[in-house]
Each structure stands twice: as structure tokens, then as C-alpha cells.
Design a protein around this ligand. Structure first.
Ligand SMILES: Nc1ncnc2c1ncn2[C@@H]1O[C@H](COP(=O)(O)OP(=O)(O)OP(=O)(O)O)[C@@H](O)[C@H]1O
Ligand SMILES: [Mg+2]
Length: 328
């Protein structure tokens, strides 16, 4: 079966047969399973059994709550947690048996053949009996891996729903947790190609907003507040409780989103300059795209938030996987 997995610095997204999943990209070896004071924790406790040996990991929200950290390794193929994140995403999306896997790299890395091959080599043949929480175990075996460019993949997903897009110049900005990737697709023949002089990445992501708000609120109340706690409050839309008090984060978050959105918009104004007036559409995607959209929309009247911003790249891998198989 075809499965798409988009491993970001912030979140891992998975997509198979229309089922989409997303969880924080955090893994740590399980340390909470046997404290013996109650039920096994969930969300997620992941077991991977290979050669008769089972390894147990805390993944996603559970790992984050337990103090696990995100990997800041820039090379996907060198990320120690990549395989576990990918297996968890595949299992949660309902994968079982042989898998044709689609994954992605930031466009700048994707342009290096070495990076693409390294990631492919790392994942091809990956296999194990995987179970998540109380769900039944399933064997997953990665038979084939295709690597796609992030951002450009989100563009392909948009084109699949709106074929006329290929006839115009289209900007894409993918706002993530740590980085923001951007590119411009220009029509060429029957399709479109990225304009190499107008693509890149800025070290801006919404993770910074959570950090800044945690620091500011902590300072105000002379206490320690983790950015993970702020992030959880945002994602679950539950008010933050601090020393028995409810803290409203909305205003502080909005200030940070505005500041970051402004920063990205200024950068794009500089690098895109004369391409902006030519654009038929500017597609804003990525989980952070939602938060920064109001500022990015000031760049051009043709800006729009794609329908499923968080899983836009994963959706693109699925489109590109299907196309690759059709021509095989
Ligand atoms: N509706 C929303 N409003 C604000 N933030 C959101 C929303 N939905 C998701 N996010 C945030 O978006 C961020 C994740 O975005 P995304 O999954 O695109 O990043 P990533 O791909 O992991 O990061 P990177 O591209 O830097 O590797 C998370 O920090 C999440 O909290
Ligand atoms: Mg991303």
C-alpha cells in the first residue's frame, strides 16, 4: 500500500488511504512503563519488535510530556529518531504489510542527490512488528521509498485539486515549527518547475512563538514555564493553568505570530521582488501557515491558505507516488 510520511522538526504527519495523522516529532526510550502504579500511559507508547526483540518507545505527545526533546539534526538521514517516527506514523495511518513509502526533504536538501540517496537507503527495507498503545500489532515492511521536495509537493497537491494552477506563476510558503521554506513554480511545457533563483529557507517557525510566550509569561509570574506547556495549550485549545490560576495566552501569542509573520513577509518581499506581481496564486501551508497567514496575506491579494495546511506536503507525496507508479 502507498503511505506518505512527512517528518518535520516539529511534527510528524502521516497519510494512507485518506487517513491523516499528526503528532509531535519526539521519541524517547520508554521509561514510564513499569512504575507499577496503574495503567500503562498512552499517546503514544510504541513497541517495535524485530528479530524477536521488542523495543518500547514513548512517542509524540507522551514523549513531549515526559520531557523528551525534538531532534535538531538537519540531515534527515542522520536523525536518530526518524525510523521510529516513520513507523509510528505508518501504523497510526493504518499501514500493514508491504509499503511504498513517500517522504520529503526541504527543497534545498532535495537538490542534493547525496541527501536523497542517503534518506532512501536509510528507509528502504525498514521493517518491524509495530504496535501503538492498545491497538493490535502489525508487520510493516518498507519495500520502496521515493523522496520528494517539500513545498513543491504541497504545490502538487494543490494542482491535483485545481489543474489550472500549472498555467500561472505560483508561490509556495511552508511555515513549520523551526523553518519556513519557500519557492516559486513557473510554467514549463505541460507542467511547472521551481525557479532556482527564488527558493530557499528562513530560520523562522512557530516554535519560536511558543518559546517567547513561555519566557514572557514565566518572567511576569516569576516562575518556570516550558514552551511545551504553551504549545499544548494552543493545540488542545485549553487554557493554561499555572499555580492554580488560568492564564490567557491569546494576546501574547498573537503578538509573536505578528512579529514572525512580518519577518517572513519582509524576507519574501526581498527575495521575490518582481515575481510577486506575476503570481497567479500564493499558497500558504504548514502548521505555522495558519498562525502567520494574516501577515503573509499582505504580500499579495492572491495569497490563500491551502485547505489542509498541516498535511499539505504529505498529501503531495501521495499525489506524486501515484503519478510515479502510473508511469512505471
Ligand atoms: N491551527 C494552528 N494554529 C497555530 N499553530 C498551529 C496550528 N496547527 C498547527 N500548528 C502548529 O504548527 C506547527 C507545526 O507545523 P508543521 O507540522 O508544518 O511543522 P514541521 O513541518 O514539523 O516543521 P519544520 O517545517 O520546521 O520541519 C506546530 O508547532 C503546531 O503547534
Ligand atoms: Mg514541514
Amino acid at each position: 500500500m502507498r503511505v506518505s510520511v512527512d517528518v518535520g522538526y516539529g511534527y510528524t504527519k502521516g497519510l494512507a488511504s485518506g487517513r491523516a495523522v499528526s503528532f509531535p516529532s519526539v521519541v524517547r526510550p520508554a521509561q514510564t512503563a513499569d512504575i507499577g502504579v496503574g495503567a500503562r500511559p498512552r499517546g503514544y507508547m510504541v513497541s517495535v519488535r524485530r528479530d524477536g526483540e521488542a523495543d518500547l518507545y514513548e512517542v509524540g505527545e507522551l514523549a513531549l510530556v515526559m520531557g523528551g526533546r525534538r531532534s535538531w539534526e538537519t540531515r534527515a538521514a542522520s536523525r536518530p529518531d526518524y525510523a521510529i517516527l516513520a513507523l509510528t506514523a505508518m501504523r497510526l495511518a493504518g499501514a500493514a504489510g508491504g509499503v511504498d513509502l513517500g517522504v520529503g526533504l526541504p527543497l534545498e536538501l532535495y537538490l542534493s542527490r547525496e541527501e536523497r540517496e542517503a534518506l532512501k537507503a536509510r528507509l528502504t527495507g525498514l521493517e518491524g512488528f509495530v504496535s501503538v498503545d492498545d491497538a493490535p500489532e502489525a508487520v510493516i515492511r518498507v519495500d520502496r521509498v521515493r523522496v520528494f521536495p517539500q513545498g513543491a509537493a504541497a504545490y502538487s497537491a494543490a494542482v491535483a485539486g485545481e489543474p489550472a494552477l500549472v498555467r500561472g506563476t505560483v508561490g509556495v510558503v511552508d511555515v513549520g515549527y523551526r523553518t519556513t521554506d519557500y519557492l516559486v513554480m513557473v510554467p514549463r511545457g505541460e507542467g511547472a518547475i521551481p525557479d532556482r533563483s527564488r527558493l530557499g529557507s528562513v530560520q523562522v517557525g512557530v516554535g519560536e512563538a511558543f518559546e517567547a510566550v513561555a519566557k514572557a509569561v514565566g518572567r511576569e509570574r516569576a516562575t518556570m514555564l516550558s514552551s511545551a506547556a504553551v504549545e499544548r495549550a494552543v493545540l488542545t485549545r485549553t487554557p493554561l493553568r499555572l499555580w492554580g490560576e488560568t492564564v490567557d495566552l491569546a494576546a501574547a501569542l498573537q503578538r509573536e505570530y505578528d512579529r514572525l509573520g512580518q519577518e517572513v513577509a519582509e524576507h519574501l518581499r526581498r527575495v521575490w521582488e518582481d515575481a510577486l506581481p506575476d503570481m497567479a496564486a500564493l499558497l500558504v501551508c504548514g502548521g505555522g501557515g495558519v498562525a502567520l497567514y494574516p501577515r503573509l496575506a499582505e504580500l499579495t491579494p492572491v495569497a490563500r491558505l491551502v485547505p489542509e495546511p498541516v498535511t499539505a506536503n504529505a498529501a503531495g507525496y501521495s499525489v506524486l507516488l501515484a503519478q510515479a507508479e502510473a508511469v512505471r
